[in-house]
Design a protein around this ligand. Structure first.
Ligand SMILES: Cc1cc2nc3c(=O)[nH]c(=O)nc-3n(C[C@H](O)[C@H](O)[C@H](O)COP(=O)(O)OP(=O)(O)OC[C@H]3O[C@@H](n4cnc5c(N)ncnc54)[C@H](O)[C@@H]3O)c2cc1C
Length: 457
């Protein structure tokens, strides 16, 4: 193997990092500190030719291979044990064309990188809520966040992708070229190949009227109902995700609220700014909130608002549901577990997946949940490894209690590694077609360190 690795080194521009190397432990670190995998080879690719070399090397030597972009997968799917990590984190180009409002983005970029680059042109890509998340995994799984109701999922804005297949061949996927692959990439995760560039359309966004509002925990049932009704009636310009949380013990939160278990909504209004106060009048009247940090801010301020609270290196465990409606019974379950949040960083979020997301049919992309209202994630987080069991138990109990009121399946980007049985449910009627496309593009299931879709007829 040593000779083969030497040869590989001579063919690539990037670096190979092995367990004996000084920077090995740094290179195998990912966002979730609960994951401790030891890959045999980490190949830090510089460009698509390096990716082709990596895929060919992995296949020819029968190595397990994982794909890493931002390393944010809660399940730790960026890494493998013993095998080869195809690490794209140094592939960082972003080319924006303001005339066509499009961007070509390489997979090593984080959402913060993209936000900075697009905001300069008064543009934005609908994506997630934490800046350090990688564009690779979030896009291929779907991509939900502050602009979902206005501009759809991240995948709904994908125009084209360049993909290195398991055979080592580089292909383009778009509506015109390999449309079956393009369909599968929009929600099917990292099952079909390594995406080496994404072309997106962007939407015009500069400033937004946004931020968090909190209400007392005792009012949470009424707040949830009010929030749910608001999200059903609102124009696509209004977005808000609901949360149970513990107020962080730090500025700018008022002392009397710090460490208190509350409920809240993080709003994002993207309509005309002169209308914002009017839109928020009924929201502010309801309650009224015990904290109101909603004001006009640049989009990147909203996007970066929780980045410092959730740095890399915390323990993470999460479970997820797709929610079709909020009933009195499901609200009671949320009340019960939302008032037992185990640590300050732990939370549950209900992300709306209506508005523009519903304007596309469930069969038009692999991402299927276009008739549901929310993607709910239950997240146990702590800086302390000794909390791992406690946060995991809370997540599992909360998840199990909500199960009777959930649609079945989940957003694959919010699943842990042991949840493979749920993959089929998560894709519903799209699952069979995904298996057939997998057979065409990756018949040997070379790319299986993911929420795996097996090749089928
Ligand atoms: C703190 C935090 C906040 C989050 N917030 C959101 C949110 O607001 N909205 C949301 O939708 N999701 C969110 N997520 C979930 C996120 O979408 C997934 O964790 C996603 O996998 C992260 O992408 P990544 O590139 O960082 O992941 P990585 O861990 O690098 O990769 C995960 C998997 O994605 C696939 N993959 C990644 N890149 C490629 C590629 N270039 N080609 C082929 N396959 C690839 C591979 O299967 C890989 O195993 C969040 C996650 C965290 C930890």
């Amino acid at each position: 193997m040593e000779t083969k690795i030497k040869e590989l080194k001579s063919r690539i521009k990037g670096r190979i990092i092995m367990p004996k190397d000084k920077d090995y432990n740094e290179a195998r670190k990912i966002y979730n500190a609960m994951i401790d995998k030891h890959p045999g080879i980490i190949l830090k690719c510089k460009d698509k030719e390096d990716v082709i070399q990596a895929v060919n090397f992995g296949r020819e030597n029968a190595l397990e291979a994982s794909i890493r972009s931002g390393g944010h997968s809660g399940a730790g799917l960026a890494l493998c044990e013993d095998g080869l990590v195809i690490d794209l984190s140094e592939m960082k180009d972003i080319q924006i064309d303001p005339k066509t409002s499009t961007a070509v983005i390489f997979p090593g970029n984080t959402l913060a990188d993209i936000d900075r680059a697009t905001h300069e042109h008064g543009l934005a890509l609908p994506s997630g809520i934490i800046g350090s998340t990688g564009i690779g995994g979030i896009t291929l799984g779907g991509g939900i966040g502050y602009l979902s109701r206005k501009g759809g999922l991240t995948v709904d804005n994908l125009l084209e992708a360049e993909v290195v297949l398991a055979s080592g061949e580089l292909v383009t996927a778009s509506e015109k070229e390999n449309p079956d692959l393009f369909w599968a990439l929009r929600g099917g995760g990292g099952n079909f190949g390594v995406v080496v560039s994404f072309t997106f359309k962007l939407i015009q966004i500069k400033n937004v009227y946004a931020g968090p509002m909190f209400w007392p925990l005792e009012d949470a049932a009424a707040v949830m109902k009010f929030y749910d009704e608001t999200m059903q009636k609102a124009s696509n310009d209004l977005y808000g995700f609901f949360a149970f949380l513990i107020v962080p013990p730090a500025d700018p939160f008022p002392k009397e609220l710090q460490n208190k278990n509350v409920c809240g909504v993080v709003w994002n209004y993207t309509g005309p700014m002169e209308k914002a106060e009017e839109v928020f009048e009924p929201i502010r009247k309801f309650g009224p909130p015990i904290l109101d940090f909603v004001s006009e801010i640049p989009m990147p301020v909203l996007n970066g608002m929780f980045d410092a609270l959730y740095p890399s290196g915390l323990q993470w465990y999460w479970k997820a549901h797709i929610i079709k409606e909020l009933t009195d019974e499901s609200i009671s379950v949320n009340m019960e577990y939302g008032s037992k949040i185990p640590t300050m960083h732990s939370t549950t979020h209900l992300y709306p997946i209506n508005g523009a997301v519903h304007e596309i049919s469930p069969g038009d992309t692999a991402w299927i949940n276009r008739e549901a209202r929310y993607s709910q994630v239950i997240v146990g987080v702590s800086p302390e490894a000794s909390d791992a069991e406690r946060i995991t138990t809370w997540c599992k109990d909360y998840y199990n209690a909500l199960k009777p009121y959930a649609a079945g399946g989940a957003y694959v980007n919010f699943m842990m590694e042991e949840e493979e049985g749920r993959v089929k449910d998560s894709y519903g009627i799209n699952f069979k077609r995904l298996g057939q496309i997998k057979k065409k593009y990756d018949p040997e299931n070379f790319f299986h360190i993911n929420q795996n879709i097996k090749p089928c007829d």
